[in-house]
Write a protein that binds this ligand. Structure first.
Ligand code: FE
Length: 230
C-alpha cells in the first residue's frame, strides 16, 4: 500500500511549512491525503515554488529595450529627400548608440523600418545618421553624434542618441542617409520632432519628416518609417 510509505509526521511538517502563519491560525488544518502529497509541481501553491530562471537574454535590441514596433505602415508614401547640408562626414563608425559619457541632452531612441515602395521591409539597408549636439554644435573634426548601421532581418533600425539643439535658422533635426542593400540609390533626408517651436520658422522643415513621439517608462521613443526606392 502506498499509504504506508508516507509518514504522517512528514505530511504535518509539509503542511505547516506551506501555510502562512496567519492563515494557519485562522483556518482549520486541511485533511492530508495521498493525492495531495503526490501532486505535480504545477499544482504546488505559488509561494512554495522554486523561482524559475529568468528567460535567456536575447540579442534583439528591441527586446532588450522593451520596444515593440507596430506593423510597418507606408501611408505617407515615399520619404521626401532633403538637403545634405554642410556638415556630412563620410566613413562614420558603425554603431546604434551615439551616446557618450557626459554628453548633454535628452536621450531619445529613434526606431522604425526601412521599407520599399510596396511597404516591404528591407533587411540590411544602410543608414548613416549625423546631428548637432544638444547645444546646436556639430563635431566636424571627429565622429561625435555620427554613426551608421544596417537594418536587421526584419528591416528595422535602432538609434540611441540625444535630442539635437537648434542652431541659427534650423529647428532641431537629425540628418540621415538611407540606402537599400546592393543599391546605389541613396536617400538623403532629415528627421524632425513634433512640438519644436522652430518648426514653424525653419523653411527646410517638412511635416512629412516628423517622427512620432512616445514617452514611456523606458524613456523617449521616436518612431519613423523610411520608404525608399531601392
Ligand atoms: Fe543640420
Amino acid at each position: 500500500m502506498m499509504k504506508s510509505r508516507i509518514s504522517p509526521a512528514l505530511i504535518l511538517f509539509l503542511l505547516s511549512a506551506c501555510a502562512p502563519a496567519s492563515l494557519a491560525a485562522a483556518t482549520p488544518a486541511p485533511t492530508a491525503s495521498l493525492a495531495e502529497s503526490t501532486r505535480s509541481v504545477d499544482s504546488v501553491p505559488e509561494h512554495t515554488k522554486t523561482a524559475l530562471p529568468a528567460p535567456a537574454a536575447t540579442n534583439d535590441i528591441y527586446t532588450q529595450n522593451n520596444i515593440s514596433l507596430p506593423a510597418p505602415s507606408c501611408e505617407n508614401g515615399l520619404t521626401p529627400s532633403q538637403t545634405e547640408g554642410p556638415y556630412y562626414t563620410p566613413d562614420t563608425p558603425e554603431r546604434q548608440s551615439l551616446l557618450e559619457t557626459g554628453m548633454p541632452g535628452r536621450v531619445v531612441r529613434v526606431v522604425g523600418y526601412v521599407l520599399d515602395a510596396n511597404c516591404q521591409p528591407l533587411p540590411n539597408a544602410w543608414l548613416d545618421f549625423w546631428q548637432a549636439d544638444a547645444n546646436g554644435a556639430y563635431d566636424n573634426n571627429g565622429y561625435t553624434l555620427r554613426g551608421h548601421q544596417f537594418t536587421d532581418p526584419q528591416g528595422r533600425f535602432f538609434l540611441e542618441t540625444v535630442i539635437p539643439g537648434e542652431y541659427p535658422g534650423r529647428t532641431p533635426h537629425i540628418h540621415v542617409k538611407v540606402r537599400a542593400a546592393g543599391s546605389s540609390n541613396t536617400l538623403t533626408s532629415q528627421l524632425y520632432f513634433p512640438d519644436a517651436a522652430g518648426n514653424e520658422t525653419d523653411f527646410i522643415f517638412s511635416p512629412a519628416l516628423l517622427v512620432s513621439m512616445q514617452e514611456s517608462e523606458n524613456g523617449l521613443l521616436a518612431t519613423f518609417n523610411f520608404v525608399i526606392t531601392p
